[in-house]
Design a binder for this molecule. Sequence first.
Ligand code: SAM
Length: 387
Amino acid sequence: MLTRSASVILSPSEDGYVAYDTHRDRLYRLNPTAALIVELCDGTRDRAQLRHDLQPAVGSDWAHWNDWLDTAIDDQLLLGSAPTEAAMPVDTGAALDAGALARQADDLQRRDRVLAAFVCQQHADELDPDDPVMARRLGELAHIVGRRDEARRAYGRYLARCPDDAEVTHLMTALTESGPPPRVSDRCLKQLYERFAPFYDENMTGELDYCAPERLHHAAAAALGARGDLDVLDLGCGTGLNGVQWRPQARRLVGVDLSEPMVARARAGRRYDALETAEITAWLAREPTERFDVIVACDTLIYFGDLAQVVEPARRHLAPDGIVAFSVERGETDPFALSDSGRFTHHPAHVARVVAAAGLTLASLDETCVRYEYGEPVTALLAVCRS
Ligand SMILES: C[S@@+](CC[C@H](N)C(=O)[O-])C[C@H]1O[C@@H](n2cnc3c(N)ncnc32)[C@H](O)[C@@H]1O
């Protein structure tokens, strides 16, 4: 009799199935006929019976599918006797349980095997549908592999149990296209960076190959020439990766960020002369008590829709001949869009309009890769503006 290996889990996709062998760490993409064969191999049919039942679907193509069946048996995707072999292959697949599958999904995701991770997590969630953590992880992985409907359903089930999760609430906004907020909420950012702070530096500079601070500093240096002794304001300073670039030229380096755990790390790095835990637009709305030669926002305005929210008030805090430098993720939608990642993307034309409307001159607007996300490059716009 033909059966599916016990270690193989299936996930329906738009064009058939994705099958993942949890024991042998192999991913298969099955077209609709292959998917049907795998479904029919349920331990009730031998090859003759399968051929009979498949006749309406494969017609005269049986020879091709008979060969495919041999390959699937050789690969141990399916178990059964191949015509050339009398012995039944032995399935060494271990019994699947939700916890083990979820751990396998984590491990696969760490290795950028996101589709296989999704298939494992989907099965883990099926085995343990009452655990909200399973649903949230399924939402994340469905989201990453672009299965937006499944992500919405999984996040919806999770939020029904955990309605206070500001990050997932925000991601649901991105996935439902219900109109983006003006900027990502403080509650969402605080939650996100409280979780991210302990491994932010390691993750960004290691796995994600983050180089926005160097690239933005390089672009700004061209506009600043040989100027030193600079008073620098770092908006969304985070742990201080951007401050590293500016410290050698800074007479005074001030950092502002709303995430206390991120600011605590910046404080521990001892690079800033002053650090404040505050929301940027609230901070900029204050009457200026000092003026800055450089106002820099590196990878921070990705959390804002209309960039005028920051660029216009920033101008009031600039010293004569000061510059504003910022990076955003480049998008195709003019003026900007909230992407599935929960971050905003911005169109170059929007950047140019906002800068001009703030009475600044665009000294340069470069496009470059500043990091990787699931192995794909993230293209940023680096804007340097003169007063
Ligand atoms: C991706 S991190 C970048 C950190 C740092 N600039 C760097 O390049 O490593 C974004 C930072 O911006 C901060 N941030 C985002 N929106 C903010 C806001 N409205 N007010 C204050 N900080 C904000 C976040 O808390 C986070 O620390």
